[in-house]
Structures are given as structure tokens and as C-alpha cells.
Design a protein. Structure first.
Length: 327
């Protein structure tokens, strides 16, 4: 058969009705063992692949979870995506992954695509749409690192505590002029709490604080080197830096180029504790957030929402300081 076989071809070859084949594929209703074996044999002979969208319409369930993140290149989101996929797979679900690049049009297009594909729910790690657009999706949703609305559960690490621990550690290590390199604070992200805690603790500890923000596209990695170099050009007496792990790696690189020793001249604390943190030279002191546990919780919550169960709206994971060689 040169064309792609259809369910009608399977039914005709097996000598049964299309309804019988559909019941067999969707495990609905009684079918004798002999009839089931005959249908299965024909499926293999014809190399028939069921239309998953049609099957999901029949079952009202696709066993697919949509995942929208800003970028898979960032180590945090790469590790988060791996955790989500592993947890979803263990529960019998597949994921449909979308990368928004924090572009509103792209995110909206992906949301519409996921709705057309009848995914059972969406894990959202990118948030550029209006609140009502999320609330009116008509399907289960859970967000990561942003609280959108009281009706939508969210998951995050304790960003405020992470900012506090990092800043106190730098002060305890003798730093007197501290810099925090953060995302763009105009974005309504829970990670902004790191900066709030940084400023509070620096001022309480009589350390001079400096805050450097990225542009709106916080995942435009090409800007990081310029930000770090600009920081050291403008504030050559900076002796402590707090930033996410990827930005912290740029800080260590810039210090090496400028002949500033880490940790003797500049102490550096990261945030995330991605795999890369322990592979840098020097190894990066960082705030550990449990990325795998966050991904697993996202899957647990979305599956509970799909099943119509009540879930906690606030899911904040504790963080801890992992001291290595950069401080």
C-alpha cells in the first residue's frame, strides 16, 4: 500500500467495523481476544500509526503536557526541562516543549498551538501575556518563578532567602562593596526578591551595594560580558559579586582577564547551583535551589489539576548556600 494507511483500511482488512478498531485502540468497550489479536496483526502488517489527535478527542485526554520556557540553552532551564520530562514520562505522559524567547507573540502562538493539540495541561516557565489570557486558557496551568494570579498555582525557590544568604556570606567574608547582577527588575518575577534581600542585607551590614540589571531580554547572553566589564570599569573597587550561576561565570572570566584573583581580590556567589557551578575554576560558591524537585513538583501539580484535585497555590522550596572556592 503506497499511501498512508487509515483506520478504515485496518477495519476493512481485519473484517471489522471502524468502531471496533477505535474501541480496540482506545481500550474502550468489550472486544474479544481473537478480534483484538486480529486487529493488532493487521495494524502491524499495514504499519498503521494511529492519529493521536483523533484518539485524544475520543478519550478527552491526550496524555501530553505542554511546557513553555524562555530558552533551553540556559543551564537552569535545561536542567528543569530534563526533570519535568523524566517525571512526566514516569507518570505515562509525554511533553510538548516550546521555547518562547520571552517574545509575547511567540508565546501566544505556542499557547494556541498547545490548545489545538489538546494537551492536558501546561507548565509555564515563560510569562509575557496578560493575566486574563492565562486565567482564560480553559485548561490546567502551573507557573514557575512567577505568581500570576491567586487562581493559578506557582512554584519557586525561596528567592528572598537566597539573596539574604548570598549577601551575608559575602559580608562575612570581608567584602565591603558588593554588586548584584540581576535580570530586568521591570519584569514581575519572583526572582526580583533576590535583589530586594541583597539591598536590605548590604545596607544592614554597612556594605556599599551596586545593582546592575540586564535589558528586557534577560536571556540575551551576549550582553553579559559587557555588563560585567562595565561594572568593573565603573566600580574597580568592587570586592564581592552576587549573580546567577551563568552571570557569575562571566564575572570569574572577566576577573581572570583583568588580573583580579578570585577569591582573593573578588569573591563571587552564584544562584541556581547548576552542574556548571562545580566545574568552573575556581569552583563556584552558590545558592542551591532544588531544580529537580521543582520540575517534579510542577508535574505533580499539573497532573493533580488535570484530575480535578485541589492543589496548593503556593509552592516555595527552601534554598541553601553551597560554599566552594570562589569565596
Amino acid at each position: 500500500m503506497s499511501r498512508v494507511p487509515t483506520i478504515k483500511d485496518v477495519a476493512a482488512t481485519a473484517g471489522v467495523t471502524v468502531t471496533t478498531v477505535s474501541r480496540y485502540l482506545n481500550k474502550r468497550g468489550y472486544i474479544s481476544e481473537a478480534t483484538g489479536a486480529k486487529i493488532e496483526r493487521v495494524i502491524k502488517e499495514l504499519n498503521y500509526v494511529p492519529n493521536e489527535i483523533a484518539r485524544s478527542l475520543f478519550r478527552q485526554k491526550s496524555s501530553i503536557i505542554g511546557v513553555i520556557i524562555p530558552t533551553a540553552i540556559h543551564p537552569f532551564f535545561g536542567e528543569l526541562l530534563a526533570a519535568i520530562e523524566g517525571s512526566a514520562s514516569a507518570a505515562g505522559y509525554k511533553i510538548l516543549f516550546c521555547e518562547s524567547r520571552l517574545e509575547r507573540g511567540k508565546e501566544k502562538g505556542y499557547v494556541e498551538m498547545l490548545k489545538r493539540h489538546k494537551v492536558d495541561g501546561i507548565i509555564m516557565g515563560s510569562h509575557t501575556l496578560e493575566v486574563d489570557e492565562y486565567c482564560d486558557l480553559g485548561m490546567p496551568l502551573v507557573t514557575i518563578d512567577r505568581k500570576i494570579d491567586e487562581r493559578i498555582p506557582y512554584i519557586a525557590s525561596d528567592n528572598r532567602e537566597g539573596g539574604r544568604l548570598a549577601t551575608l556570606h559575602l559580608i562575612e567574608k570581608g567584602c565591603t562593596k558588593l554588586a548584584h547582577i540581576c535580570g530586568n527588575l521591570s519584569l514581575d518575577m519572583l526572582s526580583n526578591q533576590r535583589c530586594e534581600a541583597f539591598l536590605e542585607e548590604a545596607r544592614k551590614g554597612s556594605a556599599e551595594p551596586v545593582v546592575i540589571q540586564t535589558n528586557i531580554d534577560v536571556f540575551d547572553f551576549s550582553q553579559y560580558s559587557a555588563l560585567v566589564n562595565g561594572l568593573f570599569d565603573e566600580h574597580p573597587d568592587i570586592d564581592g559579586v552576587f549573580a546567577s550561576d551563568l552571570k557569575a561565570a562571566h564575572v570569574i572570566q572577566a576577573c581572570a582577564r583583568r588580573g583580579r584573583r578570585v577569591p582573593e581580590d573578588v569573591k563571587v556567589v552564584g544562584y541556581d547551583d547548576v552542574l556548571m557551578a562545580s566545574l568552573l575554576t575556581p569552583r563556584l560558591t552558590t545558592i542551591h535551589q532544588p531544580i529537580e524537585a521543582i520540575g517534579e513538583q510542577a508535574v505533580r501539580i499539573i497532573l493533580a489539576r488535570i484530575a480535578g484535585e485541589e492543589v496548593p497555590m503556593t509552592n516555595v522550596f527552601p534554598v541553601s548556600l553551597v560554599e566552594r572556592d570562589s569565596t
